[in-house]
Design a protein around this ligand. Structure first.
Ligand SMILES: Nc1nc2c(ncn2[C@@H]2O[C@H](COP(=O)(O)OP(=O)(O)OP(=O)(O)O)[C@@H](O)[C@H]2O)c(=O)[nH]1
Length: 350
């Protein structure tokens, strides 16, 4: 393919629960996004994200069970090429752009390097931008505790602050200033829910040496060094606090066969949140609430549980409750122990 014909790829990243899928869904509804292929990576062995992204299934590729940067390297190439093939076969909509939604724990660099340095990919695709979402409610705590979140910020071309409706304007300004200090090359914007435009994700070829928009000296020039910058270089962590240990992060999934009584289920979630505190990094899933026609989608992000939403219908014949947990340090034991109680409640026992 000639350079102008190559398909631009955007890497959409951001720490756990920052709002990547929400932003993606709002953008994919817009006519300007027709012809967009989506690659989703899920952290956890029970796939949920592909049920929550609202693009047509044939335009979506799922890389399940792992972190895109450490376990799925070979699969990105496969997913990109297969998306391109599938959309070529449907003559009416050619593949025009690709968005890769990473897991919240992905380090962007290995993914970028794969796209830039794999000849089969470089021939057909051009890497366009890294867009990192930062959750205004949890952003400060996350940056202080998680090296990966810092790497996602330093690798970004564009930083978008989400959940601005949940904090004060002063908090948004302070986060914006912090992000600008961490990555002066990136554009930083605060999003109001539902206001995002497709142009936010694609910059127009700043990383393509053949493009007039190419910015040498920015991301490409730092490609071999940036990922080794330790988070501590940004002095975000309070003095004397222990270094973060990303390896403490565990993920596990629960599948529950029986419908849940709403009061008991939400009571259990609240109980978990109180017991685990910030070690409960992420909970998400689809829940079979007794008496409801479709699944209820629940999202917990560190200290917050967002308002559950109900899907009009189950995506397939599997109506079981499926929950993915991501915890840090501990948490699994509490979930497992309290689950025994939940199961007894769901079965009608006292
Ligand atoms: N109030 C509010 N809630 C938001 C906003 N953006 C996302 N959320 C909520 O935050 C929760 C997590 O959003 P997701 O889009 O699933 O986040 P994600 O980054 O895709 O999550 P992971 O893939 O698990 O890392 C959901 O309940 C969303 O409805 C926002 O701007 N305002």
């Amino acid at each position: 393919m000639n350079p102008p014909d190559r398909i631009p790829v955007c890497l959409l990243t951001g720490f756990l629960g920052a709002g990547k899928t929400t932003l993606l869904n709002s953008l994919l509804k817009q006519p300007a996004m027709i012809g967009t292929g989506v690659i989703i990576n899920e952290y956890g062995s029970v796939g949920i994200d592909h049920h929550l992204v609202e693009s047509a299934p044939e335009d979506t590729a799922l890389i399940a069970d792992g972190c895109i940067c450490c376990t799925a390297r070979g699969e990105i190439a496969e997913a990109l090429l297969s998306l391109s093939q599938r959309m070529q076969e449907r003559a009416q909509t050619a593949l025009q752009r690709v968005i890769i939604e990473t897991t919240g724990l992905a380090e962007p660099w290995p993914i970028l390097m794969q796209i830039l340095r794999t000849p089969e990919l470089a021939e057909r695709f051009t890497f366009d931008s890294v867009v990192t979402l930062v959750d205004a409610l949890n952003g400060g705590d996350t940056l202080a505790a998680h090296d990966i979140a810092v790497q996602q910020i330093t690798a970004a071309d564009r930083l978008l602050i989400t959940k601005t409706d949940l904090v004060s304007a002063a908090d948004v300004d302070a986060l914006q200033a912090q992000l600008t200090a961490m990555n002066p090359d990136a554009e930083v914007s605060a999003l109001t829910p539902g206001s995002a435009q497709p142009s936010l994700l694609f910059t127009g070829g700043r990383h393509d040496p053949s493009s007039p928009q190419f910015r040498p000296g920015a991301l490409l020039a730092q490609a071999d060094t940036l990922r080794f910058v330790p988070a501590s270089a940004h002095s975000l962590r309070p003095a004397g606090s222990p270094p973060p240990r990303e390896q403490d992060i565990q993920t596990f999934s629960l599948i529950l066969d029986q419908p849940m009584l709403p009061g008991r289920f939400y009571g259990w979630l609240e109980f978990l949140r109180t017991l685990c505190g910030p070690t409960l990094l992420r909970v998400k899933g689809i829940v079979n609430i007794d008496g409801r026609p479709g699944p209820t989608v629940i999202h917990g992000v560190q200290k917050a549980f967002h308002m559950p939403t109900e899907l009009p219908a189950w995506p397939d014949d599997d109506h079981r409750t499926r929950l993915v947990f991501i915890t840090r340090g501990y948490g699994q034991e509490i979930v497992t122990d309290t689950l025994t109680h939940l199961r007894a409640c769901a079965a009608g026992s006292p």
